[in-house]
Design a protein around this ligand. Structure first.
Ligand code: FE2
Length: 311
């Protein structure tokens, strides 16, 4: 199956087609046969995504064809380019594949119908939960996505194995899922919280971890520890357990920095946003007390590399 530029435009503009906005890309479900589901994956500029081929779900078909743009593929430390019209058959790559596009890339995905529909449904569930969190927390849309994307960038900057990125990805995305269990008046209270209210607020960590452990999507369960630890502090003065230094997982230490920075640069009911420069000063101030110093250093490098742009 090939797609012309006109067809791509039509698919992207056709509002009757089911689609999922996954933050770094838009996935549009084009159609299916018994065995194969066809979708258009529109990757945003300067973004990446990962694929691990899983044998034995439905027909086992999983192919990626670049229909517009240039895709950089990384596999076991090697990089190669997928040009327009070229197809990658994921079944030939048993380990994790990483895709990146400097500019926007349109990719035609052919996948086992059974697997695609399962993924598509799971993504909808994930987004429903994320939208619910954003609603109660008063953040702008895409907050969860942003924390997820920057956490992954930081993970890579720290030279951590890409194979373990999945847990971080979902832990970062759902770090505040427990806020769904905290009364909205407390979440958005402009003034100071009473000690009772503060206890309830802090409980979003353990409640969130519990929600993750019991989540209907199995692959979210392993990320519960990140949700539980994301308010721990390097000096041991955080919550819920007062973990210290290396006792806190690297994943949670990353989410802590990224989430704090994002919160500081966002307008909230109780205060106006800081500038990027002011927020950086706050992060530096917390280096070694609130935040893991290695993570802070990598974060500053990351900000420097992207010319201090955020969002
Ligand atoms: Fe939180």
């Amino acid at each position: 199956m090939k797609l012309t530029r006109e067809q791509i435009k039509y698919i992207k503009e056709n509002t009757s087609l089911p689609r999922n906005d996954v933050g770094h890309a838009m996935s549009t479900y084009i159609g299916k046969t018994d065995k194969v589901a066809y979708s258009l994956f529109s990757l945003l500029p300067n973004r990446s995504f990962w694929v691990r081929y899983t044998k034995g779900i439905g027909s086992g078909i999983e192919k990626y064809t670049v229909v517009q743009g240039i895709l950089e593929v990384q596999y076991e430390g090697h990089t190669f380019i997928l040009n327009e019209g070229e197809t990658l058959d994921a079944s030939e790559y048993p380990e994790l594949l990483s895709f990146y596009g400097e500019d926007a890339v349109e990719i035609l995905v052919e996948m086992s119908t059974e697997e695609f529909e399962m993924n598509f449904r799971n993504t909808e569930i994930v987004q429903r939960d994320a939208a619910a969190i954003e609603k109660v927390d008063g953040y702008t849309f895409h907050h969860c996505s942003r924390i997820k994307d920057y956490s992954i960038e930081l993970w890579k900057k720290l030279g951590q194995p890409i194979e373990r990125v999945t847990m971080l990805r979902w832990g970062a995305y759902f770090h505040d899922i427990g806020k769904l269990a905290v009364p909205i008046e407390i979440l958005n209270k402009p003034g100071k919280l009473t000690s009772e209210e503060w206890e309830l607020m802090k409980s979003h960590t353990v409640k969130g971890a519990q929600m993750m452990r019991e989540h209907e999507i199995i692959w979210l369960r392993d990320a519960a520890f990140i949700v539980e630890e994301h308010h721990e502090r390097y000096d041991g003065k955080g919550y819920p357990h007062g973990l210290k230094g290396e006792e806190i997982s690297l994943e949670a230490s990353i989410v802590s920095v990224v989430d704090s920075f994002d919160a500081m640069t966002t307008n909230r009911v109780y205060r106006n946003a800081l500038t990027i420069k002011e927020a950086i000063q706050e992060i530096i101030k917390g280096r070694g007390t609130q935040f893991n110093p290695t993570v802070v250093d990598a974060f500053l490098k990351l900000l420097h590399d992207q010319e201090f742009k955020w969002r």
